[in-house]
Design a protein around this ligand. Structure first.
Ligand code: B12
Length: 175
């Protein structure tokens, strides 16, 4: 587990502008078994483009660390990304722990990526939703459209907060 991707407001100067204060905080994480990292970077950039402040916990996040950081950040949402194929199992454990925590029981929590080991032939959405996730974004043609819709509906977001927010990480090639 590395802090290299950590964008925790606790380690940065407090926001001073009104716009910054309006930005909802989203925790981006993976599960303890998963060492893939670019999926997390991708989600951080996408969420920042959508106007969110992101706390990216990086790869191989132990359950206890995730709980601790979420209790501190009190995020508008927790986004779990996992691609190593164990997400349908690790995700169940993680969301049950979040739901069992008094401070986090009602926090929107979603999971996405490559959740199993047999491509898209088995959906794990029903089981993960039953365990407590608010949404499941398995890889597919409409996945990112649905995810953008979810982010747009987050409590604490406003139309202004969801306007593309240009940071030093802006994705895309100038034309
Ligand atoms: C690079 C890589 C690695 C590197 C990771 C290095 C690093 N620091 O990140 C290393 C070599 C360490 C690695 C290890 C392993 N890997 Co690997 N890895 C890859 C590889 C080649 C690229 C992943 C990548 O960076 N993609 C770029 C990012 C931006 O995209 P992405 O991860 O695909 O995520 C996208 C979507 O899934 C989606 N998404 C992801 N999460 C979420 C969440 C939400 C909410 C939403 C909306 C969308 C979303 O958005 C992203 C952009 O489209 C893929 C194969 C591939 N071509 O994709 C295999 C792959 C992910 N690895 C795989 C496997 C099996 C492993 C190992 C188990 C191999 C082994 N036997 O050791 C280990 C597991 C290690 C672990 N403990 O997790 C499999 C997973 C199979 C599955 N799920 O069915 C893949 C798919 C290869 C394959 N085809 O078999 N891997």
């Amino acid at each position: 587990m590395t802090d290299a991707l950590d964008n925790d407001p606790g380690t940065r100067p407090a926001p001073t502008g009104g716009d910054d204060r309006r930005r909802p905080t989203v925790v981006v994480t993976t599960v303890a078994s998963d060492s893939h990292t670019w999926n997390l970077v991708f989600l951080q950039l996408l969420l920042e483009e959508l106007g969110c402040h992101v706390v990216n916990l990086g790869p191989c996040v132990p359950d206890e660390l995730l709980l601790e950081r979420c209790r501190e950040a009190r995020p508008a949402a927790v986004v779990v990304s996992t691609v190593n194929g164990h997400g349908h199992q690790d995700g169940l454990r993680v969301v049950r722990r979040l739901r069992a925590d008094d401070l986090l029981a009602a926090t929107p929590v979603v999971i996405g990526g490559k959740l199993g080991v047999d491509g898209d032939s088995t959906s794990h959405a029903a089981e993960l939703m039953a365990a407590g996730f608010d949404a499941v974004f398995e890889d597919g043609a409409e996945t990112l459209t649905a995810f953008r819709r979810f982010v747009g509906a987050l409590e604490g977001t406003s139309q202004g907060a969801l306007e593309p927010h240009h940071t030093e990480h802006t994705i895309g090639v100038p034309v």
